[in-house]
Design a protein around this ligand. Sequence first.
Ligand SMILES: Cc1ncc(COP(=O)(O)O)c(C=O)c1O
Length: 404
Amino acid sequence: MLENLFAKRINKNIPSRLQGLFPETNFPDNISFGGGCPDEKSFPARELVNAYQEAIINEKEHSFQYHDVKGPERLREFLADRAQKKMGIANVTSEDVMLTAGGQQGIELVAKLFLEAGDKMAVEVPCYVGALAAFDVYEPDYYEIPMEDDGVNLDCLEATLKAHPDIKLFYTVPDFHNPTGITMSLEKRQRLVELANKYNFVILEDTPYRDLRYHGESLPSIKSFDTEGRVIFLSSFSKILSPAYRLGWLVASPEIKAELTKLKLAEDLEVPYIPSATVDNYIAHHDLDAHIEGLKKIYRQKLDKMDQALHAYLPADAKISHPEGGFFFWIELGDDANTSQLLLEEAIPNEHLIYVPSASFYPDRDHVNGLRVNFTGSSLAEIDEGCRRLGRLLNVDSLMQVAI
Ligand SMILES: Cc1ncc(COP(=O)(O)O)c(C=O)c1O
């Protein structure tokens, strides 16, 4: 009855893209390649407990009080320095850095700042499911730009911009893209900024996996080519330290950052003191890059294992991506495959295996012949066994059973 009172943008009949993304299973031998989870054994738990205690000891009773929307100055100075040295972004100060509740809040705030119902935005397809969930609420008209092996197809983007010059926003994950694992080439990064200047749109560059390169050379961020304050650079501590602190950060022009801060104030008033001070203390007393080097060692082995196991067990015509970092492989099957159905009817009940079907990564949920698998959250043995099970599933017989 009350649904008549709900805002027009609320549609009870459309489930959240994020709810039910990882179906619950109680099988003891379950293997999940579903979530984008870091390796739990890699969390520096003892150091983080010490950093947490220090946060409370330093501020005493005041730790439990309200604090401010900016968060720790020392942490923002650290991130400003990192943005210059590691991302190649010139002249960043702590005032240009905004802390957010995970990268996810950064995406949601940008959506709130730029999108009204019917506004046009372009997204890479496939596209990170959490970003689509955040954008969906603001009801944009999506323009889907396909991925190529060296990043999004910019000829297609330019043709779309010519036809729809009022596109306002383009969302991209240029480093080890979620879900495909693809990295955008240097040439494309430069050309994308030229297109943004020419066709007057804003780029949201979302880079939570940027520091996690296991093979090849790092590239400058898209933001480093920004000449007109059109690129918002977004990153997060979730994949390189821990997702439990819900701490992300962005670098934006003063004009954009001021508006995003107003929206954050309205949304949750402040950067919570205890999580942000814990991360701040951890970084002050430990070498974050040494920790990341340790992660890279572990994840490089896992990536190589999954690469080898997917090629060993999957049918020869499965198209498997070649990520050089990040968390995911992307697999495309023949046109008749339906990976959503296969997951519920075969993978979970028979093989006790979870992956994310491709439908989740498309605005209209209309591409059903692909899947994403995560390699960071499983052990080497689980990766091998999970790929063996996936291979069994993707043989012609099980695909035929689902198709019938
Ligand atoms: C591309 C991308 N952006 C943003 C996020 C959200 O991360 P956070 O935990 O920082 O909110 C994720 C998480 O998986 C992601 O893959």
